[in-house]
Design a binder for this molecule. Structure first.
Ligand SMILES: Cc1cc2nc3c(=O)[nH]c(=O)nc-3n(C[C@H](O)[C@H](O)[C@H](O)COP(=O)(O)OP(=O)(O)OC[C@H]3O[C@@H](n4cnc5c(N)ncnc54)[C@H](O)[C@@H]3O)c2cc1C
Length: 456
């Protein structure tokens, strides 16, 4: 008598995050005989490098944030779940996520953790109330509302001091995001909005770019940093270097300079782009495996991007610490593809001990400063100005997901860069106030819960 064969279960892969790391890992497993569950707290894949163009009215949200389940519609071995992963139990092989009150537990044989990073205020989280960061679609839309709202309020004010405060925009952090944002706010004020108001002249706006470091774009260094600073100053951006923000409130911020002096900048619209903090899931993984977690919350991974004692658990992208690799999209994409390759190899019988270490191929980095001007560093090659800008356009288009998105992005760029129009200048009251309102509600419900615990 023969025993009827039971169909063997397929290998289960759980991917946390639909950003560059998570999406590329999932797509690289497209033909593998595995069942993938991709869990993310947003329904979209976000192309973060172009968020600043959403914040400044050039691109629409849809251009840079396609719906993940539609991107993956044809990949039949994947299911996409919306949820916030709160617990990872490595020993039990389970991930627990929540969507509102609903809890979902998903089991895995292999896990790829690509939950990215949020903004860091270096221990001053209260700054966030008045100087939001720019990491999510919500952040970019809120910022758009804050920028445009400041111009509207200035138009209504007869008080010169108040007008000056409303027309002063401060960007904290002169890395690529800060530089791009400051450049675009300046162009918005000087080109797009010029002539659109009757009582104020938007061209009189002050855009300040602050950084504790001694140069803008410090990672590019030397010539490129100097070129970027020169171009920003031509646009009218005021650069304050060696300057640390020591406090932020509703009407401005306090800045301490290298020589010990302190001054206050009156400004309603402040943006924080000064630091990153990896997903708190990293700490959980560190506690369960003994892997070191650095100050930015990144988990030190083995050379095959896995955790000590767990060759089936990969941590990639902005969450991983390995060889001082930077928080760049390419690091996350290549990490995702590597993890997928090793999972596939494991199904074919390869042993984790025989894995080749992850090797990052540096394709260079670039930042745009304004229309027709960008800086790029590819190996030893340094490029700036118009050629750098064209390279920037091509590279960003290449990595945008979907033909429709590329097409609409090109059209928006033509409108904004050749003309002076911007198609995405709508903002709503809810976009501006929702974040703080939600924070207040959560604070209120935490306080009520604490009160009822004490009472009974
Ligand atoms: C404004 C900005 C501009 C940038 N510009 C550039 C640039 O020009 N060039 C460049 O190379 N890099 C740039 N970067 C960096 C680049 O975007 C990141 O390095 C890259 O996105 C990292 O990919 P990731 O997959 O690790 O994380 P992310 O792309 O951030 O994805 C994280 C994913 O995890 C999800 N997630 C997070 N926590 C949870 C949870 N608890 N449960 C479920 N899901 C969760 C998120 O919703 C998201 O889907 C920029 C970043 C920002 C913010």
């Amino acid at each position: 008598m023969s025993t009827p064969s039971t169909p063997t279960r397929r290998h289960r892969v759980v991917v946390i995050g639909s950003g560059f790391g998570g999406l590329f890992a999932t797509q690289a497993l497209g033909r593998a005989p595995v069942d993938i569950t991709l869990i993310a707290r947003t329904t979209h894949h976000l192309f973060q490098p172009l968020l600043y163009q959403v914040a400044t009215g050039i691109l629409s949200v849809g251009d840079i944030a396609p719906t993940t389940r539609i991107v993956l519609r044809k990949q039949k071995n994947v299911e996409v779940l919306l949820g916030d992963v709160e617990t990872i139990d490595l020993a039990a092989g389970k991930v627990t996520s929540h969507l509102l009150d609903r809890e979902t537990v998903t089991e895995f044989d292999s896990l790829i953790v690509a939950a990215g990073a949020g903004q860091s205020y270096f221990g001053n989280d209260h700054f966030a109330e008045f100087a939001p960061g720019m990491k999510t679609v919500d952040d970019a839309l809120e910022l758009r509302g804050r920028i445009l709202g400041a111009f509207e309020q200035a138009e209504l004010s007869d008080d010169p001091e108040e007008r000056a405060r409303l027309l002063t925009f401060v960007v904290v952090g002169a890395g690529p995001t800060g530089v791009e944002l400051a450049g675009q706010i300046a162009e918005l004020a000087h080109r797009t909005l010029a002539g659109a108001f009757r009582r104020i002249d938007p061209r009189e706006s002050r855009v300040v770019l602050l950084d504790g470091a001694a140069s803008v774009l410090p990672v590019y260094g030397g010539k490129l940093s100097a070129k970027a600073a020169e171009r920003l100053e031509k646009l009218g951006v005021e650069i304050q270097l060696d300057s640390m923000v020591t406090n932020v409130d509703v009407d401005g911020l306090l800045v301490r300079h290298k020589n010990g002096t302190e001054n206050r900048i009156e400004s309603q619209c402040k943006v924080w782009s000064a630091g990153v903090q990896a997903s708190p899931l990293g700490r959980q993984l560190g506690e369960q495996t003994g892997a070191e977690v650095d100050r930015a919350g990144r988990v030190h991974v083995n050379r095959d991007l896995t955790l000590p004692g767990y060759p089936n658990v990969f941590v990639i992208g902005d969450m991983m610490a390995l060889d001082d690799l930077p928080g760049l999209a390419q690091v996350a994409m290549q990490g995702g593809k590597y993890a997928a390759k090793e999972i596939r190899a494991g199904l074919d019988g390869a042993r984790p001990a025989d894995r080749q270490p992850f090797k990052y191929f540096d394709k260079g980095s670039m930042a745009t400063i304004s229309r027709f001007s960008a800086v790029a560093k590819v190996g030893k090659l340094e490029i700036s100005g118009f050629i750098g800008w064209v390279m920037w356009l091509v590279v960003h288009l290449m990595y945008l997901i979907g033909f429709r998105n590329r097409l609409s992005t090109v059209i928006s760029w033509i409108v904004s860069f050749l003309g002076r129009g911007r198609a995405q200048m709508t903002s709503t009251e809810q976009q501006v106030f929702a974040r703080n309102a939600i924070d207040m509600l959560q604070e209120h419900s935490r306080a009520s819960a604490a009160e009822s615990r004490e009472a009974g």
